[in-house]
Design a protein around this ligand. Sequence first.
Ligand SMILES: Nc1ncnc2c1ncn2[C@@H]1O[C@H](COP(=O)(O)OP(=O)(O)OP(=O)(O)O)[C@@H](O)[C@H]1O
Ligand SMILES: [Mg+2]
Length: 381
Amino acid sequence: MSSIKLLLHIQDENLSREAVRTLKESSPPLDFEQHDSNWNSLLERLSKSQPEVLLLDLSAVPGELNIAMRQLRYYSPSIKVIALHSSADPKTILAAMRAGVNEFLHPPFEDNLQPAVQRILTASTSEGVPAMRGKLIGFLSAKGGCGATTLACHVACELQNLTRKSVLLADLDLTSGLVGFLMKTPSSYSILDAIKNLARLDESLWKALIVQHRPNIAVIPAPASYSRWDHPDENQLRQVLQFMRTQHDWIVLDLGRSLNSIATAVLDEIDQLFLVSTLEVVALHGLKSIVHGLFEQGEKLQLVLNRTPKTMDITTQELEKILGRSLYAALPNDYMGLYQSYSSGNLLDSNNRLAQHFAMLASKIAGIPPLKNKKKFALFG
Ligand SMILES: Nc1ncnc2c1ncn2[C@@H]1O[C@H](COP(=O)(O)OP(=O)(O)OP(=O)(O)O)[C@@H](O)[C@H]1O
Ligand SMILES: [Mg+2]
């Protein structure tokens, strides 16, 4: 594997000349390599050499920038991208920031290129050592009411039971999140407060924003009221998720329903997305279109069938064939059980059959064998 830290992919001749000259003249000079071939071979090279920083000419990106950024991060998860463009066109800058680039620069580069590269290289060196990297998983309902919130709450608790580690449950269903209600953790703060205070977000501020459901299970609920003007900056939202990883071992996100803008914005950041559906035709239709839209996510996307009836009209195999993917889990239907628990202000009791399926699901996600007394059911059947 090459140890080069800085790779340039610049097709515009003027930009290339200017960037190369600036890097060579910088003091101390910065080592770099240039990639002159096409996009696919760039992805291949990133995957092999894993440079720390990519100087990317935006005019060299085929198709949409946000898709290109996802591809870059898929092949080189920790890559930092400095986008270059011949002009400071506000629309281009906005699109670049929304797609998740780390910096945007335009000529002349003399004063800003070297400091930007140094800043990123220094930051990634210090990031590499002490930061704790928690796992981030999200639950998304194929359409409203499939069970994303129910799964997020129960799986978060089961992950804590199983791993004994610090778990955060974050409600990113900003318009109608119910996590705070179900977990009995009312709060005046939400993820939006973390985003607003990003510049001074540290451990002590974070502790003031979250609410403890019980030891080692913290909750950050959705805002009490939300209008479209409150829609968070997506880059900042991702930065808050990165911060969460430094504070908790597991972060469980309730992402609401269908492929909404928040779910799309956090996709690159999360490790595993669980798409929750029922057998209802409308839900399966939503499921299919989301699976289609996220085809490039590969194994990151997993399907969970919820409220599975005792006898299904089609077999699991037939369903998997229709969806073109295998099911990660199938959970039984227990409307009454959930109704009674929620009415009494609790989550399901651990003896409940559905609760035991949640425990099995958590154990599969964590890759840890289930606790002994819970090993009663298989995830299918
Ligand atoms: N396995 C299950 N068996 C029976 N009922 C369930 C199951 N999972 C969830 N439910 C019920 O389905 C309803 C919707 O669940 P939930 O709120 O978790 O879904 P959601 O996908 O988060 O919905 P929304 O789109 O409103 O956010 C609730 O009444 C819940 O109790
Ligand atoms: Mg919900």
